[in-house]
Design a protein around this ligand. Structure first.
Ligand code: MTE
Ligand code: MO
Length: 509
């Protein structure tokens, strides 16, 4: 019989104790309805990584950056747990203390999340206490009975280790299943609510019908279906919203602060508008842009009711999970269709896109305006900074005129003869006047534009191209209705949006 655990036994004890701590924490968080420790740590990491790292993560993982972060956290914790276990095989208290440190980190991160109270510390602490106890029980040395006349003064009971680890592993698996099903149930409840169609509103002012010619048959439909619409946000899991209690507070520099419930919102006069939304992180030619019919209450109506004081400079909004954005007050009042949206493409606003309600402001990048899971609209000065501003992005975020080639794709092989070059161009709240295409450094050729549905929506474009044998470079540029033609100067997405012409290469044989 061995009298002390091997390094491998220590590693096993560490990973099992760590897994149990994490899963108990997740389960407890789901039960008492607070942020899960892993999400809390993950969100804290997201909030504090430098812009360069965030950009790198988006470049590497795209919209899967969250999955990558979660996986990164789990792998990091796993490595630490193994190391702690190996150390604990010799000095059990060091291992227990290590798990304690993890618990404190998780608890501090959870309590520090926007909207969380002290109770958010409970899951991490409980997880650490249970994980630490399991580590101690599996690895501690103690007087043990051995057959025979002598009694070993100190020893380690491998059978106890195996039993404890086995039981803990099963408990961790159970806790993981329970936590997973509770979270799934929570999200399912919210999703179910989004499947209830919006009520008919007698005062619905609908978007102009989209004329047939507006939709050119290209790879990108004029209206992007909800399930295909790009998604960008910092939320690791959907905010824990109870629609019955949810409301939007309109406060700050207003004469009459308001509280608007979901029922209030649905009963107010509404509009439907076609608006293209895009992300400041969209690289030239990128996919973080989409066009949809948004339905909602005009922000101006709400602000008129609240009575905005003349000293207010910024419409500063906050989400249920503490994300913030802000834009000039004038842009809510200048007649553009800035709205609190509750519907998207004829359906109730999907959870991914901000259910119960979000802001949509034509002409602005999402990071300064399009708050999803909206809970607060505060009228304030420029002293308040939206989430991305201290992280190196410009406080003003007007959308830059852009165009993209969707057909053919970069690197495609085509056959000689008639081909179509097609795509989309956008210049929200200015409107697209012209799109031109250049093949192999030839003359700019004007593309045929899809109908002009709204200055806030993108326009599809198409150009017939007699493709000849060989490699070809295709470049696009748009001119908006102010007469501005896109510069070919390539700039980075930071701090206020990329410029440059989308250019692709194809091979014709
Ligand atoms: N609550 C919340 N709202 C948010 C964000 C976020 O991180 N959290 N990201 C914004 C950004 S940067 C963009 S580009 C748009 C994207 O909206 P979508 O995911 O519906 O396409 O949402 C905006 N609203
Ligand atoms: Mo964005």
């Amino acid at each position: 019989m061995s009298t002390s655990p091997s390094r491998r036994d220590g590693a096993v004890a560490g990973i099992v104790a760590g897994a149990l701590a994490a899963t108990v924490g997740m389960m407890m968080a789901a039960i008492i309805d607070v942020v899960s420790p892993i999400d809390a740590v993950g969100s804290t990491v997201i909030d504090h990584v430098p812009r360069s790292v965030k950009e790198l993560a988006i470049r590497w993982f795209g919209t899967n950056d969250k999955v990558a972060l979660r996986a990164g956290i789990v792998v990091t914790m796993g490595i630490f747990a193994v190391v702690l276990g190996i150390v604990a095989a010799r000095r059990v208290w060091v291992g227990v203390a290590g798990i304690g440190v993890f618990g404190i980190v998780g608890a501090a991160a959870a309590v520090g999340r926007p909207g969380e109270g002290w109770s958010a510390a409970v899951p991490s602490i409980l997880g650490a206490v249970i994980g630490g106890s399991v580590l101690y029980l599996s690895l501690r040395s103690r007087p043990i009975e051995v057959p025979g006349p002598s009694k070993a003064p100190l020893g380690w009971d491998r059978r106890r280790f195996l039993v404890t680890s086995g039981a803990a592993a099963m408990a961790a698996a159970t806790a993981a299943v329970v936590a997973g099903s509770l979270e799934k149930g929570r999200v399912e409840t919210l999703r179910k609510a989004t499947r209830v169609p919006l009520p008919e509103t007698p005062t619905l002012d609908t978007a102009a019908a989209i004329p047939a010619g507006a939709t050119v048959d290209t790879a990108t439909p004029f209206l992007v279906p909800n399930g295909k619409f790009y998604r960008i946000d910092t939320a690791l899991s959907f905010p824990r919203i109870d629609v019955k209690k949810w409301k939007i507070s309109v406060k700050g520099m207003v004469d009459n602060p308001l509280e608007i419930t979901y029922a209030d919102l649905l009963a107010l006069p509404q509009v439907e508008r076609v608006v293209t939304l895009c992300c400041v992180s969209n690289d030239v030619g990128g996919s973080y842009v989409g066009n949809a019919v948004w339905r909602g209450v005009l922000l101006k109506d709400i602000l008129d009711t609240a009575g905005v004081k003349s000293s207010a400079q910024q419409v500063y909004s906050t989400s249920a999970d503490g994300w913030t954005s802000g834009f000039p007050v004038e842009l809510a009042m200048d007649g553009r269709d800035a709205m609190i949206a509750v519907g998207m493409n004829g359906a109730t606003l999907p959870l991914e896109h901000g259910y119960p309600a979000r802001l949509v402001v034509p002409g602005l990048y999402g990071y300064v305006s399009a708050t999803k899971w909206l809970t607060t609209i505060e009228l304030t000065t420029w002293d308040a900074e939206g989430y991305w501003i201290p992280r190196g992005w410009s406080q003003m975020g007007p959308v830059k005129t852009q165009s993209r080639i969707d057909v053919p794709r970069d690197g495609n092989s085509l056959t000689t003869g008639p081909q179509k070059i097609a795509g989309v161009a956008w210049a929200q709240h200015k409107g697209i006047a012209k799109v031109e295409v250049k093949v192999d450094g030839g003359a700019w050729q004007e593309a045929t534009l899809g109908n002009d549905v709204s200055d806030d929506a993108w326009r599809q474009w198409v150009l017939d191209w007699p493709a000849t044998k060989g490699p070809h470079t295709i470049e696009v540029r748009a001119t908006d209705k102010t007469g501005y033609t896109q510069t070919d100067e390539r700039t980075d997405v930071a701090p206020d949006g990329a410029t440059g012409h989308h250019t692709i290469m194809v091979d014709v044989s």
